[in-house]
Design a protein around this ligand. Structure first.
Ligand code: C2E
Ligand code: CA
Ligand code: CA
Ligand code: CA
Length: 283
């Protein structure tokens, strides 16, 4: 049995070994990748459901790896979190995104400043320099705080005590918006919305799957209707993720959702994509 076990161990799933080596390799390469400029940021438009205007964008990081090609965040963010590399990487993304928002602002002569949403890892949230870094980025870019929105996942905040929430509260006090990302995927304590320093709810795309057709799934409609009503009572705005079809967009608009994001409007892409969208919208 021992022999068989040993043999099996050697030949079984060589892919798993390859994956492990790759993971290990990627982890080691993170610091130099940042120094060598291998990361880049793509921007996905955020749309006002009322009039279809482009309100801004969410910044989504990618890694142009010299061997593996473009890697998505799901392939390296968890690694970066486990080694702490997410702290310098996340700071870099914030700087890039804020500067990009500043550039959009300077390009646009009328109307409100385009909003920029940036994801914040729980690891960044518990890092002592976070507040100072946000302040520094706002100063460097001269971006108005209300044009910045930091997205924090529900799971990062669940069970957080008042001390853990302090940095987030201080950032919110600066005028920066805080969004609760992937809302509805964790075990939401709806009453926690009363005291979390959050001003935006981002509904996970799992809520809109049953809205691809007319009529939409009635239970799903009721659930989203209830969440929107609760959110608005608490002065939160509601953004819906993963809107892929016109039908979904129509249902969500009818339900009173404020902002939408998804392939129906535009995938994440280079910053110039937003110029075209905004121009097309204005004409
Ligand atoms: P997220 O914050 O929930 O971002 C939305 C994800 O859904 C993005 O995947 C986006 O490309 C994708 N998406 C957008 N519209 C649609 C749609 O209509 N249909 C479908 N099926 N998907 C859509 P992406 O870019 O692969 O990012 C995955 C996750 O990686 C993000 O989820 C976020 O949690 C994380 N992430 C991305 N950039 C950063 C970053 O700079 N820092 C941190 N800490 N996390 C990041
Ligand atoms: Ca997000
Ligand atoms: Ca999300
Ligand atoms: Ca997500």
């Amino acid at each position: 049995a021992k022999e068989r076990g040993g043999n099996r161990y050697e030949v079984a799933d060589p892919d798993a070994d390859a994956r492990a080596i790759t993971r290990h390799g990627l982890t080691n390469q993170l610091p130099s990748a940042l120094r060598h400029g291998e990361f880049f940021v793509e921007y996905q438009p955020l749309i006002g459901l009322e009039d279809g205007a482009v309100l801004g964008a969410e910044a989504l990081v990618r890694w142009l790896h010299p061997v593996h090609g473009v890697l998505g965040p799901d392939q390296f963010i968890p690694l970066a979190e486990s080694t702490g590399q997410i702290v310098p990487l996340g700071r870099w993304v914030l700087q890039q995104a804020a500067q990009q928002a500043r550039d959009w602002h300077d390009l646009q002569f009328t109307g409100p400043a385009p909003r920029i949403n940036v994801n914040l890892s729980p690891v960044q949230l518990s890092h002592p320099d976070l507040v100072a870094e946000v302040v520094a980025v706002l100063e460097e870019t001269r971006l108005q705080p209300s044009a910045l929105c930091l997205e924090v996942t529900e799971s990062a905040l669940i069970g957080a005590d008042e001390d853990a929430l302090k940095p987030l509260r201080r950032i919110a006090d600066l005028g920066v918006a805080i969004a609760l990302d992937d809302f509805g995927t964790g075990y939401s304590n709806l009453s926690s919305l009363r005291w979390l320093p959050v001003s935006v709810l981002k509904l996970d795309r799992s809520f809109t799957r049953g809205m691809r057709q007319h009529p939409a799934d009635p239970v799903e409609m009721k659930i989203v209707e209830g969440i929107v009503s609760l959110a608005h009572t608490l002065n939160l705005t509601v953004t819906v993720e993963g809107v892929e079809t016109r039908t979904q967009a129509e249902h969500l608009r009818a339900l009173g959702c404020d902002t939408a994001q998804g392939w129906y409007y535009g995938k994440a892409g280079p910053a110039d994509q937003l110029h075209t969208l905004t121009l097309a919208d204005a004409s």
